[in-house]
Design a protein around this ligand. Structure first.
Ligand SMILES: [Zn+2]
Ligand SMILES: [Zn+2]
Length: 333
């Protein structure tokens, strides 16, 4: 079968590889649609904990092609999306609902071969059947939305909270919809791009500002916001963003920074303003609620797909440079 293989950091090729025959408790999925994630670019550049060679791809939907032994319920031809999480289920973190910190953590497309290929084998427990009115593109969007759902679990937003969000990319646009749905009152969004801010307005931002207008954001809430979220992952932005956190406010780091980045933080503010600083690491048993959110059309991800490309074109996309105005790019296999 055809697959995109990252042979080593900086070297991706399209090549013929062995068909992944499903083992016990596994099914092989014929892949239809795959989202490209920042993590895939990190794997391509050698900035992640992946072994090489590896087939990337962890945001995907497809059709069940072959079923291994000891797989109940499923039949070939069913349309599915797949939770890429490979939590061991046995370690102390898994046993205390912290699977995203599993001592034996793995994920399809990150530590084992993923979906940038014609076929991928997956544990049947990770499958979710997708209904006829859910497109392949939406099915491939459940995984990124599952990261947003986990962020919302971490945030515990209270109805009526006033929220400031930095970053209106594909993840930011989902966060806007999630924050609005969860009951934010004022929802202020900051980004460099006027086009992305226009979309933020459509999804429920109450106010939008370009990044050079932070003075106006300060005027709007001189004492700060109940919740501040960074979805840029840019250290200079984060340093600014935290200072907008109000009394007894929460700051959430959603965007992924380089692992060696540092910021300045005033510990007096942290003490004096009763702040809570939060992180949110990927997915933690949040794939099914994300699926339900899309199924019930509470969150619309379809307009977030800026472009659909071929597996062949994915190589130059990974190499870059990439258009910063693109939201999500998906691959049609
Ligand atoms: Zn991802
Ligand atoms: Zn574990």
């Amino acid at each position: 079968m055809k697959a995109l293989v990252i042979e080593k950091p900086g070297q991706a090729v399209i090549k013929d590889v062995a068909y992944p025959k499903p083992g016990r408790g596994e099914v092989t999925v014929k892949v239809n649609q795959v989202g490209i994630c920042g993590t895939d670019v990190h794997i391509y550049k050698g900035e992640f904990l992946s072994p090489y060679p590896i087939i990337p791809g962890h945001e995907f939907s497809g059709v069940i092609h072959e079923i291994g032994e000891d797989v109940p319920e499923y039949v070939t031809g069913e349309r599915v999306a797949v939770d890429p999480s490979l939590f061991c289920g046995k370690c102390s973190y898994c046993l205390t609902n912290r699977g995203n910190h599993c001592e034996n953590w793995g994920a399809l497309g990150n530590t084992v071969d993923g979906s940038m290929a014609e076929y991928v084998k997956v544990p049947y427990e990770n499958l979710v059947r997708i209904p006829d009115d859910m497109s392949d593109a939406e099915g491939a969007f459940i995984e990124p939305l599952a990261c947003v759902v986990y962020a919302m679990h971490r945030l515990k937003l209270k109805v009526g909270d006033q929220v400031l969000l930095f970053g209106a990319g594909a993840m930011g646009q989902q966060l806007i919809q999630a924050l609005k749905t969860a009951g934010a009152s004022q929802l202020v969004v900051v980004d460099l791009s006027v086009e992305k801010l226009a979309m933020a307005n459509e999804w429920g931002a109450s106010h939008t500002f370009t990044s050079d207008k932070l003075d106006e954001v300060r005027e709007l809430q001189p004492r700060g916001f109940d919740i501040v979220v960074d979805a840029t992952g840019i250290p200079e932005v984060i340093e600014q963003a935290i200072t907008f956190t109000g009394p007894v406010g929460k700051y959430l780091q959603f965007g992924v920074t380089p692992s060696d980045a540092f910021i300045k933080l005033n510990p007096f503010d942290l003490y004096h303003k009763d702040w809570t600083l939060l992180g949110t690491m990927a997915i933690n048993h949040t794939f099914i609620p994300a699926f339900n959110w899309i199924k019930e059309k509470r969150i619309d991800v379809k307009p977030l797909v800026s472009k659909t490309i071929s597996l062949e074109d994915t190589i130059s996309f990974l190499e870059g440079p990439r258009d910063p105005n693109l939201l999500k790019v998906q691959i049609k296999i």
